[in-house]
Design a protein around this ligand. Structure first.
Ligand code: OOG
Ligand code: NI
Length: 302
């Protein structure tokens, strides 16, 4: 399969992710509709998606080494690694094959760093996966990949196991239920009209529309170099069905906002000629550490 067919397949996969994500996260529709009705964008298809994010379990046959094969196949390139000691996570980001495609941020739980009991619970589910499921996918079939990203990888968890994991790792509890559901998409704000093109201004617009923001470390997370500013909503609660028909309100997905400043050595370029490559790229561990908490009960329970 040639690169142009691969990019069409990538479009199918990305569209499938966004479609289901919009259904699960009502804030997405609220924000997109408010942007259109305020004439911030003429059409919600014109919104630039800075990046999307996924969470994984670091166990054999799963984790980043499995998940990344999907997007490497479509021409994404693996970039920097980040380590989150307190949260027991590793993460990497991937740069896209086309300028308009979202970057991808994939994190992985360091399962072997958890207590014996949490490891036992997680592995009782993930041990059902006895070979790398991505290896048996036809990555050139977009519908097949889309279905894979939304299908159960292991049996439906029990409420008791979910609650036990939540005590030690909110991330673990999130993944045991939500698996590869899109964790967030990210609206790029720097190319929006004046009055909306900074995270500070956009946050005000969001709050006027009743959107609740993550306050961990402050509403605006700023990289030490000042070039990457991010904010995020608090995750929406979903009425989740667990094993034995039990139900529980748990964290689903959220929305993020990013402002990437023009790099110092490109400040002489006329604004109309600024492209993605002229702006601060990549991610920032200290920002990410706080953004993860968008799904944590410390934020959703405020
Ligand atoms: C990812 C949190 C980090 C970013 O842009 O730094 C992040 C997550 O919640 O899984 O999205
Ligand atoms: Ni993000």
């Amino acid at each position: 399969m040639g690169q142009s067919d691969k990019l069409k397949t990538l479009d199918t996969v990305l569209n499938g992710l966004m479609r289901r994500y919009k259904e699960r996260v009502p804030d997405v529709g609220i924000i997109l509709n408010a942007m259109v009705s305020k004439d911030i964008v003429s059409n919600s298809d014109n919104i630039e998606n800075d990046h999307i994010a996924f969470r994984t379990m670091g166990v054999p046959n799963l984790g980043v080494q499995s998940f990344e094969k999907i997007f490497l196949h479509y021409g994404y390139e693996k970039r920097d690694h980040y380590y989150f000691e307190g949260k027991k996570l590793d993460a990497w980001w991937y740069s896209p094959p086309r300028e308009a495609d979202p970057r991808i941020f994939v994190s992985e739980l360091r399962v072997n760093d958890l207590s014996e009991e949490s490891q036992r619970i997680i592995k009782s589910y993930t041990n059902e996966v006895t070979s790398d499921p991505v290896d048996s996918l036809d990555l050139d079939n977009g519908e097949e990949v889309d279905a894979f990203l939304h299908q159960p990888l292991w049996r439906t968890p029990t409420v008791a196991d979910y609650k036990s994991l939540l005590q030690e790792s909110e991330y673990a509890a999130w993944v045991i239920y939500n698996r590869y559901y899109l964790n967030h998409f990210t609206i790029s704000v720097h190319n929006l009209p004046d009055g909306y093109n900074t995270v500070a201004a956009f946050n005000e617009f969001l709050e006027q529309n009743g959107i609740r923001l993550n306050t961990s470390g402050g509403k605006i997370k700023i990289s030490p170099d000042g070039g990457l500013l991010q904010s995020a909503t608090v995750a929406e609660m979903i009425n989740a069905e667990f094993a034995n028909g039990e139900h529980l309100q748990i964290s689903g997905s959220y929305v993020e906002f990013a402002e990437r400043k023009v790099l110092p050595h490109f400040l002489n370029i006329p604004p109309a000629e600024i492209q993605r490559k002229h702006r601060r790229d990549g991610f920032e561990a200290a920002n990410a550490d706080k953004i993860f908490e968008s799904t944590y009960t410390t934020q959703t329970g405020r």
